[in-house]
Design a protein around this ligand. Sequence first.
Ligand code: AMP
Ligand code: FE
Ligand code: FE
Ligand code: ZN
Length: 288
Amino acid sequence: MPRAEVAGAADLHAHTTVSDGTDSPSRLVAQAAAVGLWGVALTDHDATSGWAEAAAAVPEAGVALIPGMELSTREGFMSVHVLGYLIDPLDEPLLAETSRIRESRLTRAEAIVRRIGKDYDLSWDDVLAQTTEGATIGRPHIADALVARGHVATRSAAVEGILHPRAGYAQPHYAPDPLTGVRLIRAAGGVPVLAHPGTRGAEQVIPPRRLAQLVEAGLFGLEIDHPENRRDAKARLRTLADDFGLAVTGSSDYHGTGKPNRLGQCRTAPEVVERIIEEGRGSSPVLP
Ligand code: AMP
Ligand code: FE
Ligand code: FE
Ligand code: ZN
């Protein structure tokens, strides 16, 4: 594993057209350079198929690429995302799980569209028209189709309206539990970080007992500096990070034009990036 000369901060959470972002992987890397980052992590939902294109863009852009993924997991009814950095993209158990999740995301999206189609002019082809071939499908793609059909003004309005579970059309997709997710990422040589763990406020932050299990399974850190984490939750999470000796990351969760989050808006300190690179053994960072 080459040791990086981490000269500046990195944004360790970004999406592309491989999932529900709007930039291609190469454009993401170019944008990372444009906003002055030392490095960027590519973390598409349940997929690593953007890595090669992103890596090819590194020499010209002059920024480092940390290959990663945002693994979908679920605790009861609550969706929990686990970032996995420097995983082995060919690790069989992880591949089996992500295939199963993507397959379930697809059948779930078709079911959601069938239900919406009873009340709105919307077809599966409308959704496909908003989706890059092979992409991990999510509600954002259905949202884009609703925008294209003129039913809502923006992706955010759709996600918070017609596609919100309370509207009655949405349903969950298959996902393993977070403990399984953390174990899978570590077993694939990756470095697991709990994504945006404070979006639901301090009351809903993961209970210490549950966190202890994730730490025992190899959890590396908490993504505390994230645009959607609430202030009260962040304070609680900082205490938990101290208590459990967890690293703290900061990242934008950039989705291109699909979300207001700006690339580089939140960043991770160089020393934390260094530790991730030291611990990751499933793949290597791509340095300029
Ligand atoms: P899904 O993975 O299908 O459950 O859809 C959830 C995805 O929607 C997440 O990856 C979010 O990034 C995205 N999302 C959530 N809220 C918004 C929003 N307000 N605007 C755009 N995208 C959103
Ligand atoms: Fe997303
Ligand atoms: Fe997420
Ligand atoms: Zn994300």
